[in-house]
Design a protein around this ligand. Structure first.
Ligand code: ZN
Length: 264
């Protein structure tokens, strides 16, 4: 804990206390938790949208016009995305789920690293890179099937075996609506949660940035762990401006200590 100041230590303890005493805590995560796994924030200074403008390469409208542009970009980012491993932040959240502190993880990330770290109840509100759907007949494909297709058929965009239409990853593209199931579940969870732990999200992407408001409106409390400020910092119970990979494991340790104190 030596690298932390006293204020951060106090905040970490307070966050642990809040989570320990919660009845229905949930987590909302964003790009910040995966940057420590080597996945650059798509919207950040070194993000993919700087090199490939989102309107041309990441928007639904342009995908329908010419899916090969998206797939060209995907070819470049896929090795990083597919080879990324979870970091201490992901493992800490999986541990909190196992300890029955966290009831669910809502994530804006499409990298699947929460599940890779062992978390089970994960709502991927922006989709996932591990599934693909045909734009024509809606047949679904797994990641490995698509990788095999790309290798053997060398076609851009990869197309459906049944109808020949292009395949699209199950990620929510710019201009596309959120998947209904994930959207309704997330809003319901946010309303029910007495504590929402926001980890690695700067709360700038709509409509996900509104989810904490449902929690606040029901008198729930917010804990924000993010290395930059958010628009809800002033309304949060605890704000820690540091890396999730550093803070989340400390919160887990604190909760374990509190548990021991309560048992003895
Ligand atoms: Zn098809």
């Amino acid at each position: 804990m030596d690298t932390l100041g006293q204020i951060e230590r106090d905040s970490t303890s307070k966050a642990a206390e809040l989570l320990f005493n919660s009845k229905h805590a949930i987590t909302l995560t964003g790009a910040g938790i995966s940057t420590e796994s080597g996945i650059p924030d798509f919207r950040g200074d070194n993000g993919i949208w700087k090199k490939y403008p989102i309107e041309t390469f990441g928007a639904m409208e342009s995908f329908l016009k010419d899916p090969s542009k998206f797939w060209k970009m995907a070819e470049e980012i896929a090795p990083t995305l597919f080879s990324a491993e979870p970091n201490q932040g992901h493992y800490a959240l999986a541990a909190l789920e196992k300890m029955r502190i966290i009831k669910a993880i809502i994530t804006q990330n499409v990298d699947g690293l929460h599940q890779k770290a062992g978390a089970v109840i994960v709502y991927e509100i922006h989709g996932n890179i591990n599934r693909f759907t045909c734009l024509g007949c809606r047949a679904s494909y797994k990641k490995q099937q698509v990788l095999d297709k790309l290798k053997s058929e060398k076609k851009n965009p990869p197309s459906c075996d049944y109808c020949g239409a292009p395949l699209k990853p199950s990620v929510v593209l710019f201009g596309e609506n959120l998947p209904n199931f994930e959207k309704y579940m997330s809003i319901d969870l946010a309303k029910k949660s007495d504590v929402m732990l926001i980890a690695g999200s700067s709360l700038t992407v709509s409509p996900v940035c509104d989810l904490p408001l449902y929690t606040l409106n029901e008198n729930g409390k917010l804990i924000i762990v993010n290395d930059e400020p958010t628009y809800l910092d002033e309304r949060a119970e605890v704000v820690i401006n540091n890396k999730t990979g550093i803070i989340l494991p400390l919160i887990v340790e604190e909760i374990k200590k509190i548990r021991v104190e309560h048992e003895t």
